[in-house]
Design a protein around this ligand. Sequence first.
Ligand SMILES: *Cc1c(COP(=O)(O)O)cnc(C)c1O
Length: 436
Amino acid sequence: MEKNDNLEFDAAHIWHPYTSVAHPLLLHEVVSAEGVRLTLRDGREIIDGMSSWWSTIHGYNHPRLNRAAKEQLDKMSHVMFGGLTHEPAVKLAHRLVDITDDSLEYVFIADSGSVSVEVAIKMAIQHWFAQGKPEKSRLLSLRNGYHGDTFGAMSVCDPVNGMHSMFAQVLPKHLFAPAPACQRDEDWDDSHIAEFRDLISQHHHELAAVILEPLVQGAGGMRMYCSEYLRRVRALCDEFGVLLIFDEIATGFGRTGSLFAYEQAGIVPDILCVGKALTGGYMTLAATMCNRKVADGIAADGNGVLMHGPTFMGNPLACSVAAESIDLLLESDWQHNVSRIEKQLEAELKPYESEPIVDQVRVKGAIGVVDLNRPLDDCMDWLPAFIVEQGVWIRPFRTMIYIMPPYIISDADLSTLTAAIGNMLAEIQHRQHQND
Ligand SMILES: *Cc1c(COP(=O)(O)O)cnc(C)c1O
């Protein structure tokens, strides 16, 4: 085990995501990273299967992203966005407008994914407020959804596996339709949208918007579903006069096989949130885009200004890297890479479905999920160390072992990841037998 002062101080003083300071987690100190590899303090190199939570699509320490950051640093790292503008923000917004549907014309640059969701919710509520319909202020979301950790975002996360119970007194009460159950368009049946239809038809007069993650629900359960569901949702939103927000913070920038997941459904949302891979994993940045209907709607009462403006809005360093990351993506053979990864995940993870503890293997684009028939909570005292000993970085949660590697990963490194998952399954089963 690594032993150093940083780890000691960390354990005594620092919160990590979703952790307790009373029971600090096992931590590894990363000293550098290159391509798909993280280098630990003790010299070990591990292959990153997580893309640092969906973000590092081009790999670490990329010369072009480094150059974009350094060149911008020498000009100015930040300047306020109120009353001022700068080329990095214009370049980034230009690219976002270019690569999304023509209807998505307006860009709000936000600090993080959660903030972009807050802004999307504000856009939708303000849109109706300015039309003289303040009662249209609730959201319709999906079970198993995840939209971030700030209050507005939390309020539309899954009410059970999200954080509602702890904050029930202060969270607005939104509506939830069942998680989409249809995985392939061929299996579509109208019953798959029935409860959603009931909710929107009964509540449309008080609904500002529907919010969902298209095609893949991420942190709320790594569930994948068919594009027909999205077409039905779009049609129902139009029929009942409700705006549609797509949260593509996890799915955007190629992860599911198209640049944005909505493209696979052939429909477009009114409001789109992007984040995570936006800067290629370099720093925090997100954006909320919307169409003219939403933007004009907000301005409809004459003085309707969008009520949001973070201190570090449009940070030039982050915008420069994001614009470069988008160029890099478009110049690369990302479609080939994502479909190559998808095929390999299918070939190497699907066989694990025959393991007794595996419930289902799910693959979509460069995302592979091995869902077990039991929670992994009781393995967390040994499994994280076991994973790093396999030379990989994977973080299982709840019942799932999943990977979404950088698009540049080689076939051999990807095989190391999938083999490590096999070893994890074997070890979990081995220990289970010992305890029986
Ligand atoms: C990660 C994520 C968020 C939150 O983004 P942060 O940058 O962590 O605030 C919101 N929605 C989805 C779908 C995400 O995956």
